[in-house]
Every structure is written in C-alpha cells, then in structure tokens.
Design a protein around this ligand. Sequence first.
Ligand code: ARG
Ligand code: ZN
Length: 476
Amino acid sequence: MRKRTRVYAAGVATSLAAVLTATTASAAPAPGTPGVGDPYYPGDGNGGYDVIHYDIRLTYEPGTDHLSGTTTILATPTAELSSFNLDFALDVESVRVNNRPARVDRDPADPTEVVVTPAAELAPGEPMTVVVRYADTPSEVEVNGFTAWKRTDTGALAVDEPHVAEWWYPSNDHPTDKATYDVSVAVPDDVAALSNGVLTGQSKTRAGWTRWNWRSAEPQATYLTFLAVGDYDVRSSTTPSGLPSLNAYDAGLGEIRPAAEASVERTPEVVEFLEELFGPYPFEAQGGVVTHGLGFALETQTRSVYDAGFFSRGSNMSVVVHENAHQWFGDSVSLGAWSDIWLNEGFASYAEFLWSEHAGEGTAAELAQYLYDSIPADDPFWQVLPGDPGAENQFHAAVYDRGALAAHALRTTVGDEVFVEILRTWLDTYRGTHATLDDFVALAEELSGTQLDEVFDTWLFTKGKPEVGPNGASAD
Ligand code: ARG
Ligand code: ZN
C-alpha cells in the first residue's frame, strides 16, 4: 500500500511566483499566483482566474476507496496567463485547456499546487474550459500528515472545513471564488451518493451501478461542496414553501435514529424561523445528512451534514439551527479571509440563543449572561480572540461562545431594531458573494450612526474577560 506524505512549508512556495506576477503583470503573460493571499492559508486558492462552474463526474468504489473521473472547470482568466494553478492533492492523469492537452507540474514545495501550462497563452476575459482527468485512493493521500477524506463502514465522506476539496476535485480552493456545481457520482447500487442542491436524477448505465446527479444553482464555496457515499435511508419531500427537501440517515443509526429524525425533519420549521430574522432563505433546496464517523457537523450548502453523536441524548435543535443559520452566515455571505471566521461562527452560535428564546427555553439575554458568568476570568478561554483566533484556533470554543456574546453585546449596544437591520442589510448586500469583518464593522457603524470600535475591540480583539458583560452590566 502506497502512502504519500506531503509535507510543505506554507507560504514559501507562494512568494517567488507572486513576485514574478506582480512585476510582470502588465507586460507579458505571467504565471497565475499559487494563492489568493489568505493570511491563515497562503497557498489556498489561486490567482489569475475566476471559476464560474465545476462539473464533477466521478466513479467511486467503496470496497477499494478508488475514486476516478473527470472534473471540468469553466473559468475566466483575469490576467494574461502563461500558466495557472489548481489546488489538488490526488494524482492527475491529464489536463486539457480549451480542448488542447496542457502540461502538468506539481510545485515540489507544495504538492497540492498543480501547475497547468496550456498550449496557448490565456487572455483575460476569454472563457476557458479546463478538463482534469484523475484517479487515486484519497484516504492514502496525506497533506501535512492529514487526510480530510474519511472512509466509513459503507462508504466515504468528503466533508470538512477549511480543506476538503483537494481530496476529491481540483479547484480554486478559497471562499472568495464561489461557483455553481454539477456533481455526478456513480456508486454500487447498494449505496447512495449524496451531495448538495437538487437531485436532478439517477441514471443506470451499467449493471450494478447507479449514477447520482446533483446540481447547485447558486454560487457555492469549495469547502461547502460535499460528497457522502454509503448506506443511507433517503427521505425526500417538498417544504411548505415549495422547496425540494432531501434528508438522509445512515442506515446504521440504530436507537439514535428517532432523535435524529425528530431534529432534522424540523429543518423547514427552523428555516422559517430564521427567515423571519435574517430575510429570505438564499438557496433552492433544504436538507440534512446524519452520518457516523464525522465527529462534527458542517453547514454544507443546502444540506448540512451532522455526526450521529449530536443526537445521542435525544433531539438537538441547537445543531440544526446552527448549521442552517450558516446557510445565510457563511454559505450565502462567505468569508473574505479565513481569519474572519467570527462572521460565520459567532452568528450561527447566536442563532441558537434566539431559537432557545423562540422555543421558550430561556431568552438570548439569559443565555448570554449565564455563559459570561460561568467562565472565570482566569480561564484560558478568554485568551483566544474571536476576531483573529489564528489558524490553529479557528474552531476554538471562544470563536463560537465568545463570538455569540460579541453578537449579543452588539445588539445591546445598538438596540434590537438596528441590530436586526444590520444583519438583514449585511445578508442582502453581500448575498451570493463574500465580505470581510471590516465590511461588517463599517456597515454596522453606518446603520447605527455610532462609532462601534469599543464593542468590537472589547469582544473580538482584546484578550481577557470583558469587565462589562454582554447585557451591559459589570461582572461582580
Ligand atoms: N463550521 C462547522 C460548524 O460550526 C465546524 C467545522 C469544524 N471543522 C472541523 N474539521 N472540526 O458547524
Ligand atoms: Zn458553525
């Protein structure tokens, strides 16, 4: 069995090509940069082009973990390019650009950077078609000692944040370049192949295999595109508002199954509640997938994936509310940089407080106060900054819990009416695209007519327990 461990120093590879592009951009065709300049992950994404659409067409064999097929990328160059990069960790068989074979190299300093040199230079604004043919065993491909691809009892999961795409399709792997998707995966008849959006149909082309075809019609970030193969019970229906809904339950959930259904089957009710707060649901489908072997939940667009463990003590509406709140905060309005993760997790966590109030289980003010009071000032929790937690703490409890307190403190500062206006205007203004924490602060200040430095600095950017609590009262 082959094991490839790809160790690289993030950032080192970025600099040379970045310098070349910067100094030659206006003169001759230049290589696209191997990163978009994310402060936490310098190699993420690629410069020089915008993806419009991914057409992912694969075959997956659960018994051997063999994944093969073709991803076709429709993109627009944004500069005159002599070459460009794709983020991808699997073995590549061939790449064609605009129907001509292209040269493929891997950056030795970062094997997730596939350098594509087309037969002819690319002109800005001229549509390009990139066809990548590949085959590999994703679970054996490690990047920095890690593989996001997970094999399960009956299949596999490509569900993770922030890095998962490079284990199953080549991409411009950063939330600032969203695209539409067709995902088509053939699997043995006894398992399902689940992904985002609408199931446009299943096709049977050879004995023993079924091809599942999915379409995401709204812009979707690379990490929010998922694949779950396995033995699932699929339930499809139409929501009261007329959207197709498809939920799937791991066939091996056993006694957890009713609690999972008692939570996930209420997705349309949760979405209705969130629509009243945030404005219209931004997507064309709803749903959830409950699985074993994930260890977390993820707000994969239109259809979140939940580890079964969330339902081991009965129903869990908090996680359903959290992941569905992300459909607005994170999925529709995506991060401009991974350091701005509070924009995702702070509001998804605060939505849980609002649901609690709605359900009569304690007001948001009570939950915020309890959380603030229950964490002692000397707890290391208060040392992680939700506004810039560092890549290693991107999903630290402080990003979620202190992040929710920050949202509540903002509400206390500006009042309920302006708070809701800020959220709705934010979601409406940046719907389908991306924005930064600075953009959020600017919008909040504009709509409130107030300098908000103090509340943001205190709750997002200052180490230590704030003196004044989230409801405006001092700690005792
Ligand atoms: N955004 C996800 C959530 O809040 C968290 C994913 C955590 N990722 C991970 N690899 N543990 O629901
Ligand atoms: Zn979250």
